[in-house]
Write a protein that binds this ligand. Structure first.
Ligand SMILES: [Zn+2]
Length: 66
């Protein structure tokens, strides 16, 4: 399996809007992956055992109310 194929396996759900299978951006590695969702959300995830793990602190802040 190539690195590119392994990166494609890291596609994950957007934590903001729920968009499925957002692919990792170019520049992602098998240690940390970066994502940009069409909704505008941008986040990173650590890669553990070949799966992306999103730290709670990486989740976007709540939108301002009012
Ligand atoms: Zn999204």
């Amino acid at each position: 399996m190539t690195t590119g194929q392994r990166l494609q396996a890291l596609a994950m759900t957007c934590p903001s809007c729920g968009q499925l299978l957002v692919p990792p951006l170019a520049g992602s590695t098998l240690t940390i992956a970066w994502y940009a969702c069409p909704c505008g959300n941008f986040w990173s995830a650590r890669v553990r055992d070949g799966r992306p793990v999103v730290p709670a602190l990486a989740l976007p802040p709540r939108p301002p109310s009012g």
